[in-house]
Design a binder for this molecule. Structure first.
Ligand code: GDP
Length: 338
């Protein structure tokens, strides 16, 4: 299934009704606005969000006037595009790294959302991630043929220009399979996995893992925690404990973008309130949206920021280690508009 396919088609209905119109007006946008509203609701965007969105787009469209060389339907597409970008948080929200010592990234989320996979994907992503400043230094030294300086620099830097060294910590003590899965993935991407089996408390494992990472001068520690099928108090308490033990730089909630075939509206609603609940309970710094390659209607991608106040920082779009990328609101809006 094409991501956002249905939403894209729904919105096209709106533009098509403005063909041959000279200028956008309250009257001639009424019907297209209803199409936009319907398309967003069908994509599982929540009603209050849709209301605000439609109101803002209408206001801008009515006041838009005539722009030479731009057709009114194109004008509306542009307004919707910009409003979608705004809805998704505007700018890309970069991961934050600790100024000194290892950066700790705590991953939380319900069972089956792809949390363990994300742990490994994230390490793989960070390993490759070369800071743009480093890349520029590298390039300029190459261009000016100052290769001896470059060599010195690479020697001095622990990891040269190879991105971040990572360690995975297996703090999901309820499913031995999850620990094994993390170990297998770690091996595959050549990243160490810290585990202590299932008899030690997650907060303890996390603390020990962090100590080991400090000893080994690891840059980023990614902690996999236990999920449940539903939010429950013991999961939240455990997460709070782990968080307290680690003082993480990032607490990222992993959210599944896929909506079930049946009762999708209800399920998605819980998915969005999920972000809010986790944020209130443990305090998150952002979300990672997984399974965007699947039959996603797009609702979660569009509403997480608006509903929870926390940005989506990364998206997963497949099961391969390469399938993790930053969440770019403008590119996402571009995809929505087809
Ligand atoms: P956890 O219970 O949250 O740790 O979830 P897992 O990491 O074990 O993933 C659950 C299932 O979802 C596995 O079969 C993964 O291969 C699959 N999965 C994870 N991320 C993605 C994704 O981005 N796209 C798709 N299509 N499948 C994914």
């Amino acid at each position: 299934a094409e991501m956002f396919g249905q939403l894209t088609t729904g919105l096209e209905t709106a533009w098509n009704k403005l063909r041959g119109v000279d200028v956008l007006s309250k009257e001639n946008i009424a019907e297209p606005m209803r199409d936009i509203r319907r398309a967003l609701l069908e994509a599982d965007v929540s009603l209050p969000v849709v209301r605000r969105f439609v109101q803002s787009v209408s206001d801008q469209a009515v006041g838009a006037g005539v722009i030479r060389g731009v057709r009114p339907d194109q004008q509306l597409v542009k307004i919707v595009h910009d409003e979608l970008v705004k809805l998704m948080g505007g700018e890309v929200s970069e991961l934050v790294f600790a100024k000194s010592g290892p950066t700790v990234i705590l991953l939380a989320g319900l069972q089956g959302v792809g949390k363990t996979t994300v742990c490994a994907k994230l390490a793989f992503y960070l390993k490759k991630l070369v800071k743009i400043e480093d890349a520029l230094v590298f390039l300029s030294l190459c261009c000016t043929k100052k290769l001896h300086i470059l060599l010195e620099l690479i020697k001095k830097k622990k990891n040269g220009f190879q991105g971040k060294s990572c360690m995975l910590v297996a703090a999901d003590v309820y499913r031995p399979a999850a620990i094994d899965q993390l170990k297998i993935l770690g091996e595959k991407i050549d990243v160490p996995v810290y585990a202590e089996g299932v008899d030690v408390k997650p907060a303890e494992i996390a603390k020990h893992g962090l100590e080991e990472a400090k000893e080994k001068s690891i840059n980023v520690v990614i902690v996999d925690t236990a999920g449940r099928l539903q939010i429950d108090k013991s999961m939240m308490d455990e997460l709070k404990e782990v968080k307290q033990a680690l003082n993480p730089t990032e607490v990222l909630l992993v959210v599944d973008a896929m909506t079930g075939q049946e009762a999708a509206g209800g399920k998605l609603k819980t998915r969005i309130t999920l972000v809010t609940t986790f944020n209130i309970e443990i305090g998150i710094t952002g979300a990672i949206l997984t399974k965007l390659d699947g039959d996603s209607r797009g609702g979660a991608a569009l509403s997480v920021k608006e509903v929870s106040g926390k940005p989506i920082k990364l998206v997963g779009r497949g099961e391969r280690m390469e399938d993790l990328e930053p969440f770019y609101p403008d590119r996402m809006a571009g995809r929505v508009l087809g």
